[in-house]
Design a protein around this ligand. Sequence first.
Ligand code: SF4
Length: 354
Amino acid sequence: MNKHLDKFPIQSFQNSLIHWFKKEQRDLPWRKDPTPYEVWVSEIMLQQTKVETVIPYYKHFLSKFPTLDTLATAEEQEVLKAWEGLGYYSRARNLQNAVREVVEQYGGSVPDTKEELGNLKGVGPYTQGAILSIAFQKPEPAVDGNVMRVLSRTLLITDDIAKGKTRSLFESIVRELISKNDPSAFNQGLMELGALVCTPKSPSCLLCPVQEHCRAFKEGIQESLPVKSSKKVQAVVNYYVPIVKDDRGRVLIQQRPSTGLLANLWEFPMIPIDTIEKDNMSLWYEAEYGLIITNFQQIESIRHVFSHRIWDLQVGMCRLNGGALDHPSAMFIPLNELETYPFPVSHQKIKKLL
Ligand code: SF4
């Protein structure tokens, strides 16, 4: 047995947690007798995204792509459009690729082993555990930041949760701690407890269903756990974003490259401020797009924080003074067609300004 579980009342902890979860769980659309596909979609959407944000996206996505087959055969742009605003777009692309593989390799049934799920794109250890436990009632760990926080406190574990080996430690602990009778309710109970009660700041210990088992609470140190080393500071990248319209009132947009950040999404062309002087903006634009722009007048500044970088966008109107568009992935489109293209959140804000 893992040393952290020595003298820990496993059975009683399971009972308290599952009983509480069954009584207090939030009514969420992916909790209504979900298929493995529905669990999969919800878990991918919930990565790095709040539940309240996910709910409308999940409903819309499932109404557009109700089955594996409908998602497998959809155009990628349609899938990105349904994901528009949710961020981390590689999740959507990986999901679609993996679903296509399930249709081709597994006859359209989501596999129920760790090995097979692990071979699918974008299905990491957490998602594997969530699908196996929630959809197939298999006692597999699904350890994310929430679960590590709850268990750091309950078992008073002081290992740094930013380290990969700490996640492995928690996975091995959950393998022993999980209810074999109801792994789904156990894993979801841990996640729900982390979301509603054992929150990062000011946990509601007085209302906590596992308070009597919580070692950090007994010591009064729950707020100093989990131990997490600080992240690297994100680099700030600055851009000018001139709104360029032609003489028919159409606006210039371009598609991002097919790999890397926000791949294949659409945006208003951006000028990297850090590599050019403001006075050279027109020259840069002409060299890049073949268009001559002048009179940049800033109307808005938009900051967008990614996990590893920050974009500071200075958005402005400008005048198009000639030239001819010469860029492989840019085009002018009428304003009323903007809605048909998927844009990342920062550029949706610019779209609203129009
Ligand atoms: Fe978290 Fe407090 Fe419950 Fe312990 S008692 S698990 S610190 S909410």
